[in-house]
Design a protein around this ligand. Structure first.
Ligand SMILES: Cc1ncc(C[n+]2csc(CCOP(=O)(O)OP(=O)(O)O)c2C)c(N)n1
Ligand SMILES: [Mg+2]
Length: 641
């Protein structure tokens, strides 16, 4: 325990100082102040057990005794199972909290820390704040090389943690205690900046973590970080308004920035006033409910015919909070109007200048409100609104036909869309569906009926297999009053079932819907369409000719989940599935619902393309014909748009 000295300093170790600092950080937006760090996740090894581990223990015990650090509230600590997964949980949490709150992750040196690299990339790509406390080798080098140390003969100050540099929006290594205050403030600056946010990595050498220092008490005073809402320039708003007034077929592309800015209501007001329909990216889905007459749903490669039809004709695209990934632009084939222009509302300059658009560097809500005012009295013609509403209804009829195809009954194994239909039937409007990789994200993007904001959580910036379960746990930790349906394929499940143990330990209730189709439906279909004959995409024994095309493997993923302590229900028919989902929803504990699905089940076609190159030369007929089709599609690409 430590107390402030008359000289205004506090004697603590570096790790104790880090833990105390974390508990004193707040964020504020729209007058609401929140504790910034909602938790610390960790796995201990010799790199952090006696440093950060000791500090967390001391903090927990002092908080219990009530004589702690006069901190507003203790930051709770949770043990995870895999460092990459812990970063996913932190990302799920921060995303569900609209980036207003986040988590820190502590890992041991060497593999403990490098296991977080994929998580760091995922956080930075998706622009979600996470604080990574990567332990590092001795600063004093007293006993070098220590266990798990990389010895670089090009320089002794290199460690494996340098691999975090390109993946982090802020990176620092605290070689000496004196460097810590600036490093902590630097990390907070990035974590709370909507345009800069992503992974902030602080490398803490294992000896430095345990070193004591006299810190200025000021370091631990409560600090409130305002999450900025930059306002658009007036003249720019006028320019955009003029563009909108002269447009015939304007379209809004709503991205994640709309959600993070809590601009959903502002978007609705803007589109209802102006009659401009909306296409949604993966991160932007849910910004308008699926059945809003101006909601065209998913746009791009995994989009709806509704959004893609309007996109092809649009003469003005107003991108709000989108980074225009290849899935959104259908690899730059979605926007075919020769005169199409872009207006890009974004807090990040990087995105605002894309597609030679008019950059509006501003917060989504501020910009949409300013535009609504500037466009007072303007509306697209009734016929345009009616067309959007019709396209919306037509697509929903397509969704219904897939949700209720009856294929399961006819074929003996459920189609994936039927499983989504069953989840749709059981889930409440406020529940959250979670996914990340495989064929599910595309199916969810175009089919899921999102009813309320934050009801759709598909990690599609990095589309990382294995994100689903830990990410979904983070979502539930952020929103304990909403049921979380994690939909996960067998491939993704096998990558990272580990955190089911954490869900059990912490009584974090999630419903996992595990779709076992014995391989990769997604990459299998992609492989086939690109002439590679589904090679290596099935979970099979080798056949007599030595190919992986023999009998199905005898894996029982339901039994696997059961062995981790989670309740498991097995469903075979639609009725059983609905019953199992209802049971899981009613239960206070986590449940995994296991269902076999058809590897070849189809999703509705939104008519858009995705650029995945096909071999230019090949002896295979399948590849040659795929190449012909590839070149035909490639010709539609507008790379300089
Ligand atoms: C970590 C990681 N490795 C590889 C990929 C490439 N990939 C995308 S989807 C997929 C297969 C997913 O299989 P599964 O979870 O069973 O879903 P399904 O395709 O069967 O729907 C692969 C290998 C990825 N997205 N992430
Ligand atoms: Mg699969």
């Amino acid at each position: 325990m430590s107390t402030e000295t008359p000289s205004g300093t506090v004697r603590l170790t570096v790790a104790q100082a880090v833990v105390r600092f974390l508990s004193s950080q707040f964020s504020e937006r729209d007058g609401i102040r929140r504790q910034f760090f909602g938790g610390v996740l960790g796995i201990f090894g010799h790199g952090n057990v006696a440093g950060v581990g000791q500090a967390l223990l001391e903090a927990e015990l002092e908080a219990d005794a009530g004589d702690g650090w006069k901190a507003p509230a203790q930051v709770p600590y949770t043990t995870g199972r895999n460092e990459q997964a812990m970063v996913h949980t932190a990302v799920g949490y921060a995303r569900q909290k609209d980036r207003l709150q986040a988590m820190a992750v502590t890992a041991s040196i060497g593999p403990g820390s490098t296991n977080m690299l994929t998580g760091a990339a995922l956080a930075t790509v998706n622009r979600i704040p996470v604080l990574l406390l990567a332990s590092d080798v001795f600063a004093t080098r007293a006993a070098s090389p220590v266990l798990q140390e990389l010895e670089a003969d090009t320089g002794y100050d290199v460690s494996v943690n340098d691999a975090f540099r390109p993946l982090s929006r802020f990176f620092d290594r605290v070689w000496r205690p004196e460097q810590l205050p600036a490093a902590l403030l630097g990390a907070m600056r990035v974590l709370t900046d909507p345009a800069q946010t992503g992974a902030a990595t602080l490398c803490l050498p294992q000896d430095v973590q345990a070193e004591a220092f006299d810190w200025p008490a000021e370091l631990f005073r409560e600090r409130t970080w305002r999450i900025a809402r930059p306002v658009p320039e007036k003249a720019l708003v006028q320019e955009v308004a003029d563009l909108v007034r002269s447009a015939k077929t304007p379209l809004v592309v709503a991205g994640g920035g709309v959600t993070y800015s809590e601009a959903d209501d502002a978007l609705r007001t803007f589109v209802e006033a102006t009659g401009i329909p909306v296409g949604q990216t993966q991160a932007g889905k849910g910004t308008l409910p699926y059945d809003h007459p101006l909601c065209l749903g998913a746009i791009g490669s995994t989009g709806t015919t509704a959004a893609n039809e309007i996109a092809a004709e649009a003469d003005l695209v107003i991108g709000v909070g989108t980074r225009y990934s290849d899935f959104t632009t259908a690899s730059r084939t979605a926007f075919q109007n020769p005169g199409v222009r872009f207006v890009n509302v974004n807090v990040a300059a990087l995105d605002a200048v894309k597609h030679a658009g008019l950059p509006v560097l501003a917060d989504a809500r501020e910009a949409l409100e300013a535009l609504t005012t500037a466009l007072a009295g303007f509306s697209t013609p009734d016929a345009y609104r009616e067309r959007a509403a019709r396209l919306n209804r037509e697509w929903d009829a397509v969704v219904e036909s897939y949700y209720r195809s009856g294929l399961g009954e006819r074929e003996g194994v459920l189609a994936q869309a039927e499983v989504l239909g069953a989840v749709d039937e059981v889930a409440d409007a406020r529940d959250v569906v979670v996914c990340a990789a495989g064929s599910l994200p595309g199916d969810l993007h175009c089919m899921w009926r999102t009813r309320e904001r934050k009801g759709y959580h598909v990690e599609y910036g990095y589309s990382c297999m294995g994100y689903e379960i830990p990410g979904g746990i983070g979502v539930r930790m952020a929103a304990p009053d909403r049921d979380v349906f994690i939909t996960v394929g067998d491939g993704s499940y096998l990558m990272m079932p580990t955190e089911l143990v954490t869900a059990v330990q912490e009584h974090v209730k999630v419903v996992v819907v595990l779709l076992q189709n014995h391989g990769f439906a997604s990459i299998g279909a992609l492989s086939e369409s690109r002439g590679s004959q589904r090679y290596g995409t099935r979970y099979r024994y080798r056949d007599e000719e030595g190919h992986l095309a023999g009998e199905k493997l005898p894996v029982d993923l339901a039994a696997n989940a059961e062995s981790l302590g989670v309740r498991v229900l097995r469903a075979h028919t639609r009725e059983e599935l609905v019953a199992a989902l209802r049971d899981a929803k009613a239960s206070p504990e986590s449940t995994l619902v296991h269902v076999e699905t058809d590897l070849h089940s189809e999703a509705p076609d939104g008519g858009a393309w995705w650029d995945v190159p096909v071999s230019q030369v090949s002896h295979l007929g399948s590849t040659q014909s795929a190449r012909v089709e590839y070149e035909r599609q490639k010709a539609r690409q507008r790379p300089l748009l």
